[in-house]
Ligand binder design. Structure first.
Ligand SMILES: NC(=O)c1ccc[n+]([C@@H]2O[C@H](COP(=O)([O-])OP(=O)(O)OC[C@H]3O[C@@H](n4cnc5c(N)ncnc54)[C@H](OP(=O)(O)O)[C@@H]3O)[C@@H](O)[C@H]2O)c1
Length: 313
């Protein structure tokens, strides 16, 4: 069996690592070896951002290992064979980074760092402008209770923040409160001083961060979006900041990346932007996980992280 390989941005090191770790497999570099490969031998693929013609000539492809946690890009690929099982990364070192990123945003809000930064720029000693708020009074709501959402929530709970996760189906977790379904969304939003979006991008979640949702948050709430850019209706965020409904936002993902130079987010006082780096795939952990999934499938079992293509994640 052969594995077709393409991971955008790889300088050859990742490919070499897989070849070294899977000596019993032929790994074909799609970029330069695809024409020499026998298509009937290719039963699996390892991918990140595969080109539009990547899946041409792969009639026996059975499994696609996504080298990412999110699979929204992959599911939109027009050539993706409908019979293929898709396996994605779960956590693989990303949850720890995501928890750090989210904590940074929560502290920015709680410790009023935006106000302090602008006071510094004006050489204003803002001691009397700051009101101490204890962690116990900063209610955190996390959209999503998956591999990342739950670990971020547990980290917040360790830091004494009251935290609630919202998901599609019911989740039970000893350390954090979990609610689920549309009927629970209103109360969840009403009591989220900081809202963190860790949903996958699907038809159901596209544009979920919109004016209607912001209106249900407490006045002056803070938004953290490391999910996907298309979760957010960007103009609605600008309007919510203008009206004071939201006090600020930390954004890692955007509907267009890289963010265009003329985009208003670059200069907005109440928006902190980061270039899609909240949680990056750690090579060793991710390679280990893909290899474990390959071995599991070869034993005829189902690995963790199989994507439900109907649900979209
Ligand atoms: N910025 C970055 O650097 C970065 C890095 C990695 C990942 N991400 C993003 O983070 C996302 C989440 O990753 P993950 O590994 O935690 O995903 P996951 O394990 O699949 O968890 C997704 C969670 O979202 C919930 N959900 C999905 N659709 C929903 C809906 N319509 N209504 C309510 N809840 C819904 C799921 O509910 P159930 O529990 O009921 O299934 C689940 O709890 C990824 O898809 C990716 O877009 C960003």
């Amino acid at each position: 069996m052969s594995i077709l390989f393409y991971c955008e941005g790889d300088d050859g090191q990742l490919l070499q690592t897989f070849r070294h770790r899977l000596p019993d497999h032929v790994i074909i570099d799609w970029s330069c070896e695809r024409t020499e490969a026998d298509p009937s031998d290719i039963t699996a693929a390892i991918v990140w951002m595969p080109p539009v013609d990547f899946f041409d000539n792969t009639p026996r492809l059975q499994t696609v290992y996504a080298f990412s946690a999110g699979v929204d890009h992959l599911l939109l690929h027009t050539g993706l064979p409908s019979q293929a099982t898709i396996v994605r990364l779960r956590d693989a070192g990303m949850a720890q980074q995501m928890a750090e990123y989210a904590l940074y945003g929560v502290l920015h809000f709680q410790r009023q760092m935006g106000l302090l930064r602008s006071a510094q720029r004006q050489k204003h000693w803002a001691q009397d402008d700051i009101k101490a708020i204890s962690a116990a009074h900063v209610r955190i709501g996390i959209l999503g209770a998956g591999a990342l959402g739950l670990q971020v929530a547990e980290r917040m709970a360790l830091n004494n923040y009251p935290v609630t996760c919202w998901s599609r189906s019911a989740r039970i977790n000893e350390k954090v409160r979990c609610v689920n379904g549309e009927q629970a969304l209103g109360d969840f939003l009403n009591s989220s001083d900081v809202l963190i979006c860790l949903l996958p991008l699907t038809d159901a979640t596209t544009g979920i961060l919109n004016a209607g949702l912001f209106d249900q948050l407490p006045q002056g709430a803070f938004l953290i979006n490391p999910g996907r850019g298309a979760h957010l209706v960007e103009q609605d965020l600008l309007d919510a900041l203008e009206s004071g409904r939201l006090s600020g936002a930390l954004l890692d993902v955007f509907s267009l990346e890289p963010l265009p130079e003329e985009h208003p987010f670059w200069h907005h006082n109440d928006i902190i932007i980061t270039p899609h780096v909240a949680a990056q795939s750690l090579v060793d952990e991710s390679v280990d996980q893909v290899i474990e999934s390959i071995r599991t499938i070869e034993r005829g079992e189902l690995p963790d992280g199989v994507v439900d293509t109907q649900r979209g994640y």
